[in-house]
Design a protein. Structure first.
Length: 233
């Protein structure tokens, strides 16, 4: 029987996925309506970043429907979740580069693509080396996965978060200081959005399933909303 913690874990993961998809679709719609290319790219980014919670979502669906956790023999839980890091980080960095240093955008994106390919290869070939999986109460709570800090995928994932924090969180904050009026407000939205994303990602990795996840995952929903508001014309 699914415990209270299991329900909290599963429902918050489901909420992040659904809200990210909703904001992503809204961004696509606004992008087509207004001819705003960057808003469409942000929509792709939001959908992929929401899918970072696909592992707990699938595990939750398995618990609710069958009373047992999903089969994680080959580290499938970790793959389902963290496969989406590269698809999410590429449009994020493109978005930041296009708005801050457009002339260097393809260099930045190229570096991220190369590192992302390495990350994905290590993830698929060595999933059980990439993560430490814990489930002390099978059938009651979701699987908990944390990065193995001694394996290269941890350093790549940490590097991606640092790049987002400095390049997007910090970059948009600098833009906000240089701007005024409506533009200033939109840059503030974007800066706070990506800082919130990074903070949520860090705490997600550090916290065990519990009430703290509700706060952390609320941050992911806020991030998607702020990106939408920051880029909406």
């Amino acid at each position: 029987m699914v415990s209270l913690i299991g329900w909290l874990d599963g429902l918050t993961a489901s909420a992040v996925i659904f809200m990210a998809i909703i904001f992503g679709i809204l961004s696509f719609y606004q992008s087509k309506k207004l001819g705003a290319k960057l808003l469409g790219i942000a929509g792709i980014m939001m959908i992929f970043s929401g899918l970072l919670y696909l592992g707990p979502f699938i595990d939750f669906m398995s618990l609710v429907s069958t009373g047992t956790n999903m089969d994680n023999s080959f580290g499938l839980y970790g793959i389902l979740s963290y496969f989406w890091i590269t698809p999410a980080i590429i449009p994020a960095m493109y978005l930041g580069a296009e708005m801050i240093i457009a002339e260097k955008k393809w260099i930045i994106v190229g570096i991220i693509v190369a590192l992302g390919i390495v990350f994905e290869l290590l993830l698929f070939i060595f999933p059980n080396n990439t993560f430490d999986f814990v489930n002390n109460n099978p059938g009651e709570v979701l699987i908990d996965a944390s990065f193995n800090i001694l394996f290269p995928t941890f350093f790549l994932a940490a590097g991606f978060l640092i790049a987002v924090l400095i390049f997007l969180g910090g970059g948009f904050a600098m833009k906000a200081k240089q701007a005024s009026g409506e533009l200033k407000r939109k840059f503030i939205y974007l800066s706070v959005a990506f800082i919130t994303f990074v903070a949520s990602g860090i705490f997600e990795a550090l916290l065990s399933p519990g009430i703290g996840l509700f706060i952390v995952r609320s941050g992911m929903i806020i991030y998607a909303a702020l990106v939408f508001l920051g880029l909406k014309t």
